[in-house]
Ligand binder design. Structure first.
Ligand code: HEC
Ligand code: HEC
Ligand code: HEC
Ligand code: HEC
Length: 141
């Protein structure tokens, strides 16, 4: 009897493990908390999970076509680190307004800072939280 119960619970633990594995494999959400530019001059803290709950993957993630143009995010698209494209080799000389898109700073400010400025302009409560200020992402050491 005891043997049967033990075998049963081992089996159900195994099945739970499988379910968790497949749920994870179906949608790789990435880490909940990220630090961009870690070890650099101005690391940026990024609560990824919090943004995933509030925004769409496509608000931040995209791909690149063979001709070097941007491809909008579509479900199932492979998600790579920003710096794998936003570097001096792949996007050499690319600019958006005054931002150098061939740097991680350009990609970060073009995405993160632009949205924070926009939302702070729209919503006084977010403005009051200073989300458009440097220290929101680059906490003082
Ligand atoms: C507000 C912007 C934003 C949103 C929204 C967002 N992400 Fe991300 N995500 C990022 C950034 C920035 C990184 C870190 C990339 C890096 O390290 O260069 C990241 C990293 C990841 C990674 C890890 C990539 C790697 O190789 O390290 C995965 C996977 C991922 N995101 C999936 C998702 C999915 C799925 C969604 C939608 C449910 C989503 N993200 C929504 C900005 C965002
Ligand atoms: C697979 C390559 C690739 C990856 C990975 C990538 N980008 Fe891009 N990104 C591009 C390309 C290509 C463009 C368009 C450049 C041009 O020709 O102007 C672009 C443009 C941009 C722009 C300017 C246009 C716009 O959409 O506002 C921003 C900002 C940006 N990327 C941020 C990011 C961030 C943040 C990440 C990581 C979460 C990221 N990118 C990951 C290839 C990539
Ligand atoms: C599409 C808009 C959008 C994008 C893109 C975005 N954010 Fe945000 N972020 C917000 C909003 C809105 C809040 C405030 C949420 C709240 O407090 O209700 C926020 C909050 C934060 C916070 C918490 C600030 C605090 O003081 O509590 C950090 C840190 C942050 N974002 C960093 C980043 C970084 C780094 C990126 C780019 C990798 C990024 N965000 C991209 C809209 C955005
Ligand atoms: C919404 C988030 C956000 C805000 C606000 C923000 N930054 Fe950034 N910043 C980033 C991200 C993401 C990067 C790229 C990753 C990194 O190098 O930290 C970056 C990079 C940088 C870098 C390059 C660091 C390096 O090692 O090359 C500097 C300098 C910088 N930011 C200065 C500022 C200043 C000054 C302000 C205020 C005017 C500011 N940032 C506001 C997100 C932000």
């Amino acid at each position: 009897m005891l043997k049967k119960i033990l075998a049963g619970s081992v089996m159900s633990l195994f099945m739970m493990g499988c379910a968790a594995f497949f749920a994870f494999a179906a949608a790789d959400m990435g880490p909940a908390e990220i630090t961009l530019g870690e070890g650099g001059k101005k690391p940026a803290v990024f609560p990824h999970k919090m943004h995933q709950d509030a925004f769409q993957c496509a608000d931040c993630h995209h791909g690149m076509a063979a001709d070097g143009s941007q491809v909008p995010y579509a479900e199932g698209q492979e998600i790579k680190k920003c710096e794998s494209c936003h570097n001096a080799t792949v996007l050499a000389g690319k600019m958006k307004d005054k931002l150098a898109l061939d740097t991680l700073k350009g990609a970060g400010h073009g995405n993160c800072l632009e949205c924070h400025k926009e939302k702070a302009k729209e919503d006084p409560a977010l403005k009051a939280k200073n989300i458009d200020k440097c220290a929101a992402c680059h906490p003082k050491k």
